[in-house]
Design a protein around this ligand. Structure first.
Ligand code: MEV
Length: 312
């Protein structure tokens, strides 16, 4: 028997590209991130049993299903707010998952917004962001909060995790639009595993590893100025230096190194891994839209997927 089920309009959530500051962000250093807007769109409808479907990521799971810590956490949130879990959340994703581009945070925000829309909960953006952080904790342990913040607010931010578990962010002041290229390796990376690796290194060799983290934070502060004044050459250099530190923290891979070098050889002002690493993606900065196209072509000619984004 076919029943009419009301569906809400689609809601969206952004992916993200971290320009500088990943990993150090977990330790309270600032990070600069830009949104990949509208990367996910979702809607929810009433159903006999709760379900999440994300065809692009081959996800089709019961909401209370064991095995998925994120869905278990979502279920817990619904219970806490005394909301029905008998909803079918359907998500269209234009973003790959596990590629360092904020897919898991975007999914968290998209699911929450879809539920909010259907059940007229009226969570504020601030609440959505906090709840998405809870889901991110279930997804990868010790998130700084940068990904869910960009996913929620869909704007370029400078983000800092505060010691008291809080977070602070401000709009990034962009003088000149930044022509970026995102290059994808052929392997997903596990942010949880990479954050865990840095944590272990930090535990075992705290002084020198802390020095790397502090150095990344310093580069981020220089980058904020370079972005505010439109000094793309300086920003590119800072990205290159940042990649060196991330490599030193052992979150790079041979494929990431290949992509970074391809981008630089094709004329990028700077290139580095972006997000958690261990696979995933790189971000390259070009000096013009023409140069951006050259970097894109070079990465594709080498057999990798790539796309453009512009930070404004
Ligand atoms: C992941 O996009 C960024 C990391 O710094 C982890 C985090 O900040 O939660 C690697």
């Amino acid at each position: 028997e076919a029943r009419e089920r009301p569906t809400g309009p689609k809601v969206s959530a952004a992916g993200k590209v971290i320009l500088l500051g990943e990993h150090a962000a977990v330790y309270g250093e600032p990070a600069i991130a830009i949104p990949l807007e509208g990367a996910l769109r979702a809607h929810a409808e009433h159903a006999d049993h709760g379900r999440l479907t994300v065809p692009a990521w081959q996800i089709d799971q019961p909401l209370d299903g064991d095995g998925s810590p994120v869905l278990t956490a979502l279920h817990g949130i619904l219970q806490r707010f005394e909301l029905t879990a008998d909803v079918h959340i359907q998500v269209d994703a234009d973003l790959p998952i596990g590629m360092g581009l904020g897919g898991s945070a975007a999914l968290a925000v998209a699911m929450l917004r879809a539920v909010d829309q259907l059940l007229t909960v009226r969570w504020t953006d601030e609440q959505i962001n906090e709840l998405a952080l809870e889901l991110e904790k279930a997804a990868h342990g010790n998130p700084s909060g940068v990904d869910n913040t960009v996913a929620t607010y869909e704007r370029a931010v400078c983000f800092t995790r505060e010691q008291s578990e809080g977070q602070r962010f401000s709009d990034l002041s962009v003088h000149t639009p930044l022509p970026l290229v995102i290059g994808l390796t052929t392997r997903p990376g596990s942010t949880a595993a990479m954050v865990g690796r840095v944590h272990r290194l930090h535990g075992a060799h705290s002084a020198p590893v802390q020095q790397e983290i502090t150095s990344i934070g310093r580069l981020v502060r220089f980058a904020i100025d370079a972005i505010a004044t439109g000094d793309l050459v300086e920003l590119g250099m800072l990205m290159n230096l940042c990649h060196g530190h991330l490599n030193a923290l052992q979150v790079s891979t041979p494929e990431l190194e290949t992509l970074v070098h391809l981008a630089r050889e094709a004329g990028a002002l700077g290139a580095k891994l972006t997000g958690g690493g261990g696979g995933g993606s790189i971000v390259a900065l070009a000096e013009s839209s023409q140069a951006q196209q050259q970097v894109l072509d070079a990465i594709r000619a080498a057999g990798f997927e790539a796309f453009q984004a512009t930070a404004t």
